[in-house]
Design a protein around this ligand. Structure first.
Ligand SMILES: [Zn+2]
Length: 252
C-alpha cells in the first residue's frame, strides 16, 4: 500500500514517528507521501524524508495558509528541485468553506503552484472545498500544458469528477468513504476508472471507521482500501496493486 497523502510533521505523529513507521511497515506500506502545508513546515518535511527511505515529500502552501505564506513560482520551483525525494507540488487549491485565507491570495497561490508544477513536470496535489467551479475553471486554463492533477481526499460531485477526468486527473480516496452517509461519494468513486484512483489517510486527520474521531495514522489506510475494494468490486490485493501502480506512474 502507498499512503499518497499524510501529514507526518503534525502531532501526535511527529514525536511518535518511530512507532508509527514500524506499524506502517508491519502492515506492508511501501511509501508515504508527507505533504507540506506552510513554508516554515518544509524544514520538518526535509527531516522526515531524510529519516526513512519509504518517506517522500512535497512543497506547497495549503489554501488555509496563503494569507501568511506568500510564495512565488520561483520559490516553489527551487524548493522542489532542492531534494530528489520532493516529488510533488502542494497541497494547494481552494477552500471556500472555511475561507481562512482570502479568495485573492488563494487564487494567486494556486496559480503559482500550477505553473511551477507544469515547469517541474511533477504532480500538483489539490485541495478543493466548496469551490468546484473555481477549481475546474483555473485548471482548465492550463489544459494544453497537461498538468498532472491529483485531487486529494476527493469529496466532490459526480459532475465535477467527470469534468476532471477530461483533464486526466487522479482521485485519492480518504477515510471519508468509510463514513455512514457517504453513499453519494461512494457512487461517484464507482464511476471513476480504477486507473485513476489512489488512496490516502490525510493523517492525523480523518481517521476511517472504526477509528472515526481518533487521531489517524498511515496504518489505518487498510480500512479505506477495503471499503474502496467493496465499492469497485475488485479484490483488496488487486486494488492494492492497482492504486500503488497508479501512484508510481503519476509520481515516478
Ligand atoms: Zn492534507
Amino acid at each position: 500500500m502507498i499512503d499518497s497523502h499524510c501529514h507526518l510533521d503534525h502531532e501526535p505523529i511527529y514525536t511518535n514517528i518511530d512507532d508509527i513507521l514500524n506499524r506502517s511497515k508491519a502492515l506492508g506500506i511501501e511509501k508515504l507521501l508527507t505533504i507540506c502545508t506552510t513554508d516554515d513546515g518544509f524544514k520538518n518535511i526535509l527531516n522526515l524524508i531524510a529519516k526513512d527511505p519509504i518517506i517522500y515529500g512535497t512543497y506547497g502552501i495549503h489554501p488555509h495558509e496563503t494569507n501568511n505564506n506568500k510564495v512565488s513560482k520561483e520559490i516553489i520551483f527551487q524548493k522542489v528541485k532542492s531534494n530528489k525525494k520532493i516529488i510533488g507540488v502542494g497541497e494547494t487549491g481552494f477552500d471556500f468553506y472555511y475561507t481562512n485565507s482570502d479568495k485573492l491570495s488563494q487564487t494567486r497561490s494556486f496559480t503559482n503552484h500550477i505553473e511551477a508544477s507544469i515547469e517541474l513536470n511533477v504532480p500538483i496535489i489539490i485541495h478543493s472545498r466548496n469551490a468546484e467551479t473555481e477549481t475546474f475553471d483555473i485548471l482548465s486554463n492550463y489544459k494544453k500544458y497537461e498538468p498532472k492533477i491529483l485531487m486529494h481526499c476527493y469529496t466532490g460531485s459526480e459532475d465535477f469528477a467527470k469534468k476532471l477526468l477530461n483533464l486526466n486527473a487522479y482521485f485519492s480516496a480518504s477515510g471519508i468513504i468509510t463514513f455512514k452517509k457517504s453513499e453519494d461519494l461512494c457512487n461517484t468513486f464507482k464511476l471513476i476508472p480504477s486507473e485513476n484512483l489512489l488512496i490516502e489517510t490525510d493523517s492525523p486527520f480523518l481517521a476511517p471507521d472504526p477509528f472515526r474521531g481518533k487521531k489517524n495514522e498511515p496504518s489505518f489506510i487498510i480500512h479505506t482500501l477495503k471499503k474502496l475494494s467493496d465499492i469497485k468490486n475488485i479484490s483488496v490485493s488487486q486494488l492494492d496493486r492497482i492504486t500503488s501502480e497508479n501512484f508510481n506512474k503519476l509520481f515516478f
